[in-house]
Design a protein around this ligand. Structure first.
Ligand SMILES: Cc1cc2nc3c(=O)[nH]c(=O)nc-3n(C[C@H](O)[C@H](O)[C@H](O)COP(=O)(O)OP(=O)(O)OC[C@H]3O[C@@H](n4cnc5c(N)ncnc54)[C@H](O)[C@@H]3O)c2cc1C
Length: 398
């Protein structure tokens, strides 16, 4: 049996958990991070980073490692519509000259290593099975098992759920859902192709189906198709996963389908059935949620990792205030949630409408402009957070 005491325990060691752990450990807090996954393992996710995510990696000093892992820079985004193709060159802004789409085997490892280097105790192969509480119901830590079946008990004044969409911490604390998307969410099929050259991110849209092509490590291109869960089910029932993928890609863009069919396909495709986006109450006595555990935006935004890195920064700031005695737990954590919800709210709503697949192309183009402007707003807020006043009020001003 293993018993230990920490300042903060974090369940989940991917973008949200490891980033939060790194920031807290850099402040000198004693942080334990537990993840049931293997170190360096992949996740069910494509991996396009938007400007806010690259900005975070850069200012945390981690972007060089992502680049050194052979992650290609992205300086162009091409939007394909049924009757038109719109290429856009990315302008350097917020100190970011290019976007990147590291595989999760690269990104999550770099973040976990950075947390360890900062002094956090990051352990993989440990499944958290329950939260511990005191007589008042306050969360006081976690219990779990390692891969050899050894029991582990850890206690801390704060337990953070960075444990994704099926968060145990959210379930055990009965964290209320305060906003749910009105649509069923987007269902995806995706994989990684060899010999599929492209110049930047390519996003493809047609009524009923959408797709993306993302240059990544090892010279590969991640390709995804997304549609409504109902259409995905019907398409998959009609044939193999590869056939469903080809049919949906041809629907999004016949020209792209031709390019992809000339490249070397992966043996296996991965799927995601789609769930409606949600925003959860993300704190209570002794606990907080970060990343997908607390806020899940439809993956069609390709902004979830960027969201997780943003929220890691906001939560670490709030925990720092508690730890230094400048704010009470309730004030600091309520401020964290409020800031997150103000920053993220506009994009959440726009992406929800895009994921409905009920738009016409002119409507979609307006929605994409709106999404781009909402993302820029978040980048500006993150910059204010960095440069001036780190209080949550300052982030929301402007
Ligand atoms: C199909 C798809 C495509 C996507 N594409 C993109 C994209 O292109 N760009 C983008 O920015 N975002 C994308 N996203 C969203 C992105 O994957 C998520 O927003 C991101 O992974 C959230 O990170 P996280 O750290 O909060 O959670 P996760 O990455 O889900 O990590 C949670 C971790 O918690 C661990 N865990 C869970 N329960 C326990 C437990 N009880 N004990 C111990 N450990 C536990 C898990 O093992 C896991 O490692 C996509 C999502 C999907 C589904």
């Amino acid at each position: 049996m293993n018993r230990s005491t920490h300042d903060v325990i974090i369940v989940g060691a991917r973008c949200a958990g490891s980033a939060t752990a790194m920031l807290l450990a850099r402040r000198g807090l004693r942080v334990l991070v537990l993840d049931r996954a293997r170190y360096g393992s992949d996740a069910v996710s494509t991996h396009a980073l938007m400007r806010g995510g690259v900005l975070q990696l850069q200012r945390w000093g981690l972007l060089d490692e992502i680049v050194a892992a052979g992650t290609p820079p992205v300086t162009r985004v091409v939007f394909h519509y049924p009757d038109e193709t719109t290429p856009i060159s990315l302008k350097p802004a917020a100190g970011v000259r290019a976007l990147y789409a590291p595989r999760r085997t690269v990104l999550d490892r770099v973040l976990a290593d950075a947390a360890t280097a900062a002094g956090a105790d990051v352990r993989f192969g440990v499944t958290v099975t329950e939260l511990l509480r005191d007589d008042t119901g306050r969360v006081t830590g976690v219990a779990g098992n390692d891969t050899d079946g050894r029991r582990l008990f850890a206690s801390a004044p704060l337990t953070v759920g960075a444990d994704g969409i099926r968060s145990l911490v959210a379930r055990e604390t009965r964290a209320a859902v305060i906003r749910t998307a009105a649509t069923d969410g987007t269902a995806f099929l995706y994989g990684h192709w060899d010999d599929l050259p492209l110049d930047g991110y390519e996003w493809l849209y047609a009524p009923g189906s959408s797709a993306g092509m993302i240059p990544t490590n090892d010279g590969q291109t991640g390709v995804f198709v997304g549609t409504t869960p109902a259409r995905m089910k019907a398409t998959r029932r009609a044939g193999t996963a590869h056939q469903a993928f080809s049919a949906l890609l041809a629907m999004a863009s016949p020209a792209a389908a031709e390019r992809v069919s000339a490249a070397r396909a992966p043996r296996r495709l991965r799927g995601f059935a789609g769930i409606p986006g949600y925003v959860r109450q993300s704190w209570g006595p002794g606990w907080a949620l970060v990343g997908d555990a607390g806020y899940f935006e439809d993956p069609l935004s390709t902004h979830g990792i960027t969201d997780a890195l943003r929220d890691a920064e906001l939560l670490a700031e709030a925990v720092g205030e508690i730890h230094s005695g400048t704010a009470t737990e309730a004030t600091a954590l309520a401020g964290y949630q409020e800031t997150r919800d103000v920053l993220a709210g506009r994009l959440f709503g726009t992406v929800e409408t895009i994921a409905s697949f009920t738009w016409t192309i002119p409507e979609l183009r307006r929605l994409l402009l709106e999404a781009s402007s909402a993302m820029s707003e978040q980048v500006e807020a993150l910059q204010r957070f960095d440069q001036h006043d780190r209080s949550t009020a300052a982030v929301m001003a402007g």
